[in-house]
Ligand binder design. Structure first.
Ligand SMILES: Cc1cc2nc3c(=O)[nH]c(=O)nc-3n(C[C@H](O)[C@H](O)[C@H](O)COP(=O)(O)O)c2cc1C
Length: 161
């Protein structure tokens, strides 16, 4: 039996077997839309209303978002595969071609997605090379007719019928 290989690439491949949805987390910073795609979103608590996601400690975008009063979370729909990649791009406009809505409190939401959660950072928990971000939800909008995109083994998929 070979020793277990716990390299980052082996772990990423193994973790990728767990299917997940994808969110955009975004807000306005000095009038510009700033955000990123994340597949580590997890609903946490109903009372109080809490959700979480994990952010890489190397993220260049998170430091711009983390101290803002409100962030927008949008659960991406099945047609958002290109948008998800754009929202993770290292260069270029992450929101190019995306219709968004900015609310009065600076949270940015992606049009045509199933759920919008206006939220505020509640707690940051260091966890290895990531930080677990706990957010308190302050407002919700649901468009229940939008099927979600599913991220599985580095591929975007749709739910079966
Ligand atoms: C489908 C998908 C899921 C992702 N999930 C996460 C995630 O959960 N956490 C995270 O920090 N980055 C995640 N990323 C990467 C970020 O979107 C982004 O590329 C990364 O933060 C690097 O950009 P930055 O340095 O500007 O933050 C994901 C990217 C894709 C395409």
């Amino acid at each position: 039996m070979s020793r277990t290989n716990l390299s980052p690439s082996t772990l990423r491949e193994a973790f990728g077997h767990f299917p997940s949805g994808v969110i955009a987390i975004a807000a306005e910073v000095d009038g510009q839309r700033v955000g990123l795609a994340a597949s580590t979103f997890v609903p946490v608590s109903l009372d109080p209303p809490l959700v979480s996601f994990c952010v890489q400690n190397t993220s260049a975008t998170w430091p711009k978002l983390k101290d803002l009063p409100y962030l927008g979370i949008s659960v991406l729909g099945e047609s958002h595969d290109e948008a998800a990649r754009a929202l993770a791009a290292k260069t270029g406009d992450r929101f190019a071609g995306l219709q968004t809505v900015s609310n009065q409190r600076g949270a940015v939401f992606v049009d045509g997605t199933s759920v919008w959660l206006e939220s505020a950072v509640e707690q940051l928990i260091p966890a290895g090379d990531h930080t677990i971000v706990i957010l308190r939800v302050s407002d919700i909008t649901v468009h229940s007719d939008v099927p979600p995109i599913v991220f599985h083994r580095s591929t975007f998929r749709r739910l079966g019928a």
